[in-house]
Design a protein around this ligand. Structure first.
Ligand SMILES: [Zn+2]
Length: 124
């Protein structure tokens, strides 16, 4: 809870403008504060952060990019998911993650790990 409060407060501040769209690189304007749940090594936290929109209608959350989040997982969680998936089978890895309060089904795990293994530096 404490972590959630601290992070939310930091994430709830607007980024110093201008924000450029990661897709088309035009200027974005602040759209609204939107809550999203993230998995961290300390469990699930709900973060309110600013979502921006460009003239083309692309939406982005600079805070997510700044934190190097992979979907709804922090980078360290993503690395742990990959490590466990290498050591165990996907079902066992999913059980182990649940013990760390990280919810990911074995199908999600399979999908994410193959998606991420290219950019994450995980020792085999
Ligand atoms: Zn755009």
């Amino acid at each position: 809870m404490f972590l959630e409060m601290c992070v939310s407060q930091q994430a709830g501040e607007k980024v110093s403008e201008p924000v450029s769209c990661p897709e088309c690189h035009t200027a974005c304007s602040a759209l609204r504060l939107q809550q999203k749940d993230f998995s961290t090594l300390c469990g699930e936290i709900g973060i309110c952060r600013w979502v921006y929109q460009c003239e083309q209608g692309h939406r982005s959350a600079p805070w997510d990019l700044e934190q190097e989040l992979l979907d709804r997982y922090t980078r360290r969680v993503a690395e742990m998911m990959c490590r466990l998936a290498i050591q165990l089978d996907f079902r066992e890895a999913a059980d182990e993650l649940l013990r760390q309060s990280i919810e990911a089904s074995h199908t999600t795990l399979h999908q994410k790990v193959s998606e991420w293994s290219a950019d994450l530096d995980v020792p085999e």
